[in-house]
Design a protein. Structure first.
Length: 150
């Protein structure tokens, strides 16, 4: 398993694994914000993945985006791979609402991250656990807590 960049480990909770990517939840209750991280060492850009991995990333990203929009009933799905602060390739998937605090601007730098209340996080995870992602395995409790940075 690829080592997660320390910033991602600090800012996110590992939810599980697709065939290529680790799925993370950003610790920011302002938005439903998820991150895919391909489990490949020394990759900072999508074009550095081999063709098969690029296709798999596209499938996983599309499946995640569609599912999140259905589950959270968003107005728009923002997908981005910036990597200016964290060089490890990671793709943000953020469900946006016309009523969210940053709309219509990007979420970066608009508000400080708002930690999840315990009940908010439990509800979000329960809601997601009812979804069937193709070829996805949920993280164990020990994998989740070690990635939380707690």
């Amino acid at each position: 398993m690829t080592t997660l960049h320390p910033q991602l480990a600090q800012d996110c909770i590992t939810l599980g694994h697709f065939p290529l990517c680790r799925l993370l939840l950003m610790k920011d209750a302002n938005y439903p914000w998820f991150i895919l991280v391909p489990e490949r060492d020394n990759v900072t850009e999508i074009y550095q993945l081999n063709e098969q991995d690029q296709q798999q990333l596209g499938r996983e990203s599309s499946q995640l985006a569609e599912t999140l929009m259905q589950v959270f009933e968003g107005d728009k799905m923002n997908i981005g791979a910036l990597g200016n602060v964290v060089p490890q390739l990671h793709i943000h998937h953020i469900v946006r609402y016309r009523t969210d605090p940053a709309w219509p601007a990007p979420v970066w730098g608009k508000l400080p991250a708002r930690p999840f209340e315990e009940n908010e996080l439990s509800e979000l995870l329960h809601h997601l656990s009812t979804v069937e992602f193709t070829h996805f395995r949920w993280a164990t409790k020990s994998q989740t807590s070690t990635t939380n940075g707690d």
